[in-house]
Design a protein around this ligand. Structure first.
Ligand code: MSP
Length: 482
């Protein structure tokens, strides 16, 4: 790198989760995808990377659940935060920062500063308002959006509220947002979600209530200069993407270094908040816009939403306990479509585990390294060569499924070489020719392990170590499960 040239940085965020729900596969999914991209940029592309996740504490439901449990909400969310961090460590997810919006030192100054900037731009207006508020969505709903009077996402009726709120003048940003998204300045992936949000914006955005009277919500960030009002939970939550970097604090080095975000990743359920409200807030405050919004589908089980009543909930921690971290990461990265809704059943999981990890990858490593230990006199020398272009292209475009297909195609190709060229037999008649095939196989396995590093980090490390020591694995990498 030339002296003075700025090293490229990469900033990726997940949504911040409501800490009232029990941890589920959806939480695991978004964070594993984000971790794969963060590891790719950090270790393969060598970029300075910042990976953020956290919790969205000031929701009405969180306050209610804490109260029901007889707990102070602050203690409650801190404890839940620990559960999230535990889940991440079990999933091999390494975040650089975990922000909680009830953190008055880290988060509040940023939320307050952004509010003030928007106010200075004349984008708030106090209005009397009445409407139907769903505490599950934390959003006002229109009558036409309800099914039998209930919110279709949450299955219960929204509350009628009549109050005076600050409104954010979102409507005036419709055209500029449409142009920023159409031109790709804010790149929404996949294309179908880009089209969906563009048609939503084209219908015209409405102004959005950005505060609630303090009497209707028990906790939250007070609105600057109007302590009778508390910030609307989405306005507060979206700001986490910059407050976590130090925006609004004396120490805002990370904000200068990492903003704008390279990727905001999320499920399709909350795209509107991220592709309309959030960029409009940033434009109003004169801040740069995020570069990519990556939208994944939802995970169902047996074609239905996972729910306790249906008895189809699969706990990510149970899977990790029985099959290991990388087995779950494998399934989420390959067997769930990155951009469409995906189905997670134990039957599909077990089949894929046995076929592609126990048999596919695990078996290949055993066969190649057993031959290497027996027939090669020393570890092979690995020349420094760049990783495959196709692989880089896929991951640069967030195509995690396709990356996995590419790697597993190579695994099958190596299996085929063993089956057709029978190097373990050839060494008996032509030692040199047999050894050449074996060392070529070890070299290809090394490439597979390098490509797996961001996706299955533990397994990749194990394979690289075996190659370095020219040893066969003492135990199978993935035990077959019947
Ligand atoms: N707190 C808001 C987000 C604020 S971001 C500034 C919120 N939280 S949430 O706890 O409901 O989590 C939403 C995110 O969790 C989804 O966008 C998605 O990333 C993930 N998922 C929740 N359920 C999921 C599935 N069943 N499947 C896949 N992802 C899911 O909304």
């Amino acid at each position: 790198m030339n002296p003075g040239m700025k090293k490229k940085s990469f900033y990726i965020t997940t949504p911040i989760y409501y800490p009232n729900a029990s941890l589920h596969m959806g939480h695991a999914y978004t964070n594993v995808l984000a971790d794969i991209l963060a590891r790719y940029h950090r270790s393969i592309k060598g970029e300075t990377t910042f990976f953020l996740s956290g919790t969205d504490d000031h929701s009405i439901q969180v306050a209610k659940v804490a109260e029901k449990a007889g707990r102070n909400p602050k203690d409650f969310v801190l404890e839940k935060g620990k559960e999230f961090k535990n889940l991440y460590s079990k999933l091999g997810v390494e975040v650089d920062e975990f922000i909680q919006t009830s953190d008055q030192e880290k988060h509040w100054p940023g939320a307050v500063l952004l509010w003030k900037k928007i106010a200075k731009n004349n984008d708030f207006e106090k209005r009397k308002y009445s409407g139907l508020y769903c505490i599950g969505c934390e959003a006002f709903k229109k009558e036409v959006e309800l099914v039998d009077g209930n919110c279709p996402l949450h299955g219960f009726a929204p509350e009628f509220v009549e109050e005076e709120n600050y409104f954010f003048k979102l409507s005036k940003y419709s055209n500029i947002l449409r142009q920023k998204i159409e031109s790709g300045e804010i790149n929404i992936v996949p294309e179908t979600r880009k089209k969906e949000i563009l048609s939503f914006i084209t219908m015209g955005l409405e102004d959005v209530s950005f505060s609630r009277p303090k009497k209707s919500i028990s906790w939250g960030i007070p609105v600057p200069n109007d302590p009778g009002q508390v910030m609307y939970v989405w306005c507060d939550a979206l700001t986490n993407y910059i407050s976590a970097l130090g925006y609004g604090r004396a120490d805002d080095e990370n904000f200068k270094k990492f903003w704008p975000a390279d990727v905001h990743i999320m499920g399709k359920d909350i795209l509107r908040f991220h592709a309309a409200i959030w960029p409009a807030m940033l434009i109003s405050a004169g801040l740069p816009l995020p570069k990519n919004i990556l939208v994944h589908g939802m995970i169902n089980s047996g074609g239905r939403k996972m729910s306790k009543t249906l008895g189809n909930v699969i706990n990510p921690l149970d899977i990790v306990k029985e099959y290991g971290t990388d087995a779950l990461r494998y399934f989420l990265a390959r067997e769930i479509s990155t951009f469409e809704d995906g189905d997670f059943t134990m039957e599909r999981f077990k089949d894929a585990y046995n076929a592609n990890l126990a048999n596919g990858l695990g078996n290949l490593v055993s066969r190649v390294m057993t031959m290497a230990e027996t027939h090669l006199t020393e570890p092979i020398k690995i020349p420094e060569i760049p990783i495959w272009l196709e692989y880089l292209d896929f991951l640069n475009n967030f195509e995690i499924n396709k990356t996995m297909e590419l790697i597993w195609k190579e695994i099958s190709a190596l299996d085929l070489i063993i089956q057709t060229e029978l190097p373990f037999k050839l060494v008996k008649t032509d030692l040199q020719a047999g050894r050449k095939i074996i060392s070529d196989l070890v070299f290809s396995l090394h490439t597979v392990a390098r490509m797996l590093a961001p996706i299955l980090p533990e397994t990749s490390e194990k394979i690289l170590k075996l190659i370095q020591e020219n040893k066969k694995p003492e135990n199978p990498l993935f035990l077959r499960k019947d």
